[in-house]
Design a protein around this ligand. Structure first.
Ligand code: GLU
Length: 427
């Protein structure tokens, strides 16, 4: 069977994001001469579950039915791993694309997982906490046979957090009759969560900045950083960038952004968001739009929110010298080409935001062993894994004469292909 003969059947997952993920994979697969049979298999998720379920609003008589998904891309590498997102536009195709990205991400940093992703199509900002709890518990019980500490391990993603993971873990544990911390990661500390997990994605992304800057001949001290998205990833990236001596000149979220050339007071902005749920009304700088933030005069741009924000339309106006992708899929393929032509270095999502899943891996290992590590051990091992993956990706980029995204994907795809060849075809 060739890659082409599977093309007809990927329509189940068709969505702009899935098409992008596939185009990326096809291009790299062809470039490295990936075996046709393995190529065909990896173009689609191995397993996908679609559920529809009702939940009760706080007004008891109001019941709403929503869709939920869990997609497992590759089961050959170990259990599958990936977040669960709650958003108004979540679809099977989006979740499938993100599951594929998780496979490459785990392989690039060398974790013993295949990729997965889940989601519920619901706008979390209009849910009260009790409503969110009911959605989470029902979603978990719908997919309960699909997940488990040795099967598939969910984690937070957009619109979900530690509390969401606590409810998932409790629902799973109630169902099997004993506490199973290792079924999800990104849990609160009190339930077997790991120190430094919350900060891991943002910190991990910024830990690559010095090496990238060195390649570009750019000084880290005083470098201007603009951060698109001020959630879990953006906030801790801002903290880490400030610690490195950079100047965070702008941050934004769904309510718009703030710009201050002398540097945003990151702690104050975080405190504002903790109290008001968004940057709306925050006056620590001039108000700007999200579009303006992306095009600001700066050295480093860190998209840390949603997918598809750097496009063919605005890529020509990006002024940063370095883009570090904290979000999943923030740059379209077309934009990627434009940035490459313009000599802007892009540290791709599958590498840049792998810090989250790496500390998730540490959390899972700690839960399985009931033995917890110190914060220093976690932060040190995270830095080591991120930086050695980055230097390997830089080597591939130099050897093959390709950009960092292509180099990272080459590394990830080769690892998965090697495992699949070694396991063979069943039966
Ligand atoms: N949702 C995060 C990601 O996209 C983390 C996944 C995990 O920790 O399993 O990488």
């Amino acid at each position: 069977m060739t890659a082409e003969s599977t093309t007809g059947s990927v329509y189940e997952f068709d969505s702009p994001m899935f098409r992008e993920a596939l185009a990326q994979f096809d291009r790299v697969g062809e470039m490295i001469g990936l075996d046709d049979n393995i190529h065909a298999r990896l173009r689609v998720p191995q397993r996908a579950m679609v559920v529809a379920f009702p939940f009760r609003h706080d007004v008891y008589r109001d019941v709403e039915t929503v869709f939920g998904y869990r997609v497992q891309h590759v089961l050959s590498m170990g259990p599958t791993k990936g977040g669960v997102r709650y958003a108004a536009d979540v679809s099977l195709g989006e979740v499938a694309a993100l599951a594929m990205l998780m496979t490459w991400k785990c392989a690039i940093v060398g974790l013993p997982f295949g990729g997965a992703k889940g989601g519920v199509r619901v706008d979390p900002t209009r849910l009260s906490s009790p409503e969110k709890q009911r959605v989470t518990r029902r979603y978990t019980s719908e997919i309960i046979n699909f997940i488990g500490p040795n099967k598939d391990i969910p984690a937070p993603d957009m619109g979900t957090d530690e509390q969401t993971m606590a409810w998932m873990m409790d629902t799973y544990s109630q169902n099997v009759g004993h506490t199973v911390p290792a079924v999800v990661t990104g849990k609160p500390l009190a339930l077997g969560g790991s120190t430094a997990r919350r900060e891991a994605t943002g910190r991990g992304a910024i830990s690559l900045l010095p090496t990238a800057a060195l390649r570009l001949g750019m000084t880290v001290e005083g470098a201007r950083v603009a951060i698109h998205g001020f959630g879990n990833v953006g906030q801790y990236a801002a903290v880490a960038a400030t610690e490195l001596g950079c100047r965070v000149i702008a941050v934004s979220d769904i309510s718009g952004g703030v710009h201050r050339e002398d540097g945003i007071d990151v702690e104050e902005a975080m405190a504002w968001v903790a109290e008001h749920r968004s940057l709306e009304g925050y006056e620590g700088g001039d108000r700007i739009t999200n579009e303006e933030l992306l095009e600001l005069e700066c050295e480093v741009l860190l998209p840390a929110a949603i997918a598809g924000v750097i496009t063919g339309e605005n890529a020509g106006r990006i002024k940063a010298r370095l883009v570090i992708e904290g979000a999943n899929g923030p740059t379209t393929l077309e934009a990627d080409r434009i940035l490459e032509e313009r000599g802007i270095m892009v540290v791709p999502d599958v590498l840049a935001n792998a810090g989250g899943v790496t500390v998730s891996y540490f959390e899972w290992v700690q839960d399985l062993q009931n033995y917890f590590w110190s914060e220093n051990q976690i932060v040190g091992r995270l830095r080591e894994i991120m930086n050695s993956a980055f230097s390997e990706v830089l080597d591939v980029a130099d050897q093959e004469g390709v950009g960092l995204r292509t180099a990272a994907l080459i590394k990830g795809i080769r690892r998965v292909a090697r495992a699949k060849v070694a396991r063979g075809v069943f039966p």
